[in-house]
Ligand binder design. Structure first.
Ligand code: PLP
Length: 418
């Protein structure tokens, strides 16, 4: 990408924009940089500084920034049919729903799709939303239609910021100021099968969990935990609701982590990677639940918008045709072994799957390290005091990963010697 094409608005302008941001936005965030342009894995700020994005808008841009296929699909669709509401159907909306049904039915371990599924197509149905939280809201409403109200959720969970999504999110500081939240949610330690068994009784409407808790510092469920959750819920007629908003659609080297691991949930929610940054999410209902919402039971003005659906279709097309899901697996393994091969004493563990990884440090320096990496031109984040999260685009390369490992170790050593 030619630097000449980057819009340079200068130091003063960048500082001015941040001042205007602070004046005009509610103070929910405190950004330190103004970004003006992206291409592939690269971003540029208002001062012309270049960054490699190994966070991807919080595990969103699976195809990197401004991917030509997404650009083309979105602009074509914007010039053909923009918005119609759900009073009407559109071709892109139908095609994306069918693609997601196919993914639920065909997700096989190793990041491959198989069309010989035992799940009938009419046993999977889709409700489109504009965000992850809204996909979870739709799921929450589905659980209420079972006639039961108790939800078993996980300690360390994150499901979004709407009141329903907050009710099943465990972080006290996010919840507390907004209570009362929807009631009858019980939290159990994530990964503890006995604790789960103790709460999954015949008053339980659903168990909700993430296959890997991204916001909690990329904490994967122990092997077999999802299968246990499936067995326990099945026994008492409760639903298994798996939030794959961060893990799903390629990020973890699988189309859907739960299904690839041999667990078919009743509800799967997806968002983040689906539109590569264009806002689109979906609540996927499987089995009997696919037909539970009756006309008027739920709705949205924008969900399934033709342009958002075109973005989603373009993303899924590229993921499939370029075999990026299986390659996320290989690149994730490459990254992990390259980091471990440095034998850096400050790296305790590398958690996660595919290209969603948590680098666990021996000291709580993650925030300082994140900032030092940003200054060095690399974007990552620090979901916990001693955990750096990386979520590179699935189009990254071994060479880019090598460059990351070099700069990461250099910067880690600098921060540790301060
Ligand atoms: N669920 C999970 C697992 C997430 O990681 C997130 C966002 O980080 C959400 C739900 C909420 O998604 P959104 O921010 O699009 O509402």
């Amino acid at each position: 990408v030619e630097m000449e094409t980057v819009e340079r608005v200068g130091d003063t302008e960048a500082a001015g924009l941040l001042g205007r941001y602070r004046a005009a936005w509610m103070p929910t965030n405190n950004p330190q940089r103004v970004l003006v342009r992206g291409a592939g894995s690269q971003l540029w700020d208002a001062e012309g500084k270049q960054y490699t994005d190994f966070l991807c808008g919080l595990a969103v841009n699976v195809l990197g920034h401004c991917h030509p296929a997404v650009q083309h699909a979105v602009s074509e669709q914007l010039g053909t049919l923009d918005h119609i509401s759900n009073v009407f159907a559109s071709p892109t909306q139908v095609a994306l729903a069918e693609r997601l049904v196919r993914i639920v039915r065909g997700a096989k371990a190793g990041g491959h799709l198989d069309d010989t599924s035992v799940v009938a197509p009419e046993q999977v149905r889709v409700f489109f939303t504009n965000s992850g939280a809204e996909a979870n809201e739709a799921a929450f409403k589905l659980t209420r239609l079972t006639g039961r109200t108790k939800i078993v959720a996980m300690e360390g969970s994150f499901h979004g910021r709407t009141l329903g999504a907050l009710a099943i999110t465990s972080t006290e500081k996010y919840r507390k100021p907004f209570e009362p939240l929807p009631p009858e949610v019980v939290f159990v330690p994530y990964g503890d099968a006995a604790a789960l068994q103790a709460e999954v009784d015949d008053s339980c409407a659903a168990v909700v969990l993430e296959p890997i808790q991204g916001e909690n510092g990329v904490v994967p469920a122990p092997t077999g935990y999802l299968a246990t959750a499936r067995e326990l819920t099945q026994k008492v007629g409760a639903l298994l609701w798996v939030d794959e908003i961060q893990t799903g659609l390629g990020r973890c080297g699988e189309w859907l982590v739960s299904v690839a691991d041999g667990v078919l949930p009743d509800i799967i929610t997806v968002a983040k990677g689906l539109g590569n940054g264009f806002p689109v999410g979906a609540c996927l209902a499987i089995g009997e639940l696919a037909n539970t919402f009756t006309p008027g039971a739920h709705g949205t003005t924008f969900g399934g918008n033709p342009v958002a659906a075109a973005a989603g279709l373009a993303v899924l097309d590229v993921l499939e045709t370029a075999d990026l899901v299986a390659s996320a697996n290989q690149l994730g393994a490459y990254l992990t072994s390259a980091l471990l091969a440095t034998h850096n004493p400050h790296i305790i563990e590398i958690r996660g799957r595919g290209l969603l990884r948590g680098i666990v440090l021996d000291q709580p320096v993650a925030a300082d390290l994140q900032l030092a990496l940003l200054n060095a031109g690399w974007i990552v984040n620090a979901p916990r005091d001693a955990v750096i999260r990386i979520a590179p685009p699935l189009i990254t390369t071994c060479a880019e990963i090598d460059a990351f490992v070099t700069i990461f170790i250099e910067t880690l050593n600098q921060v540790m010697s301060r």
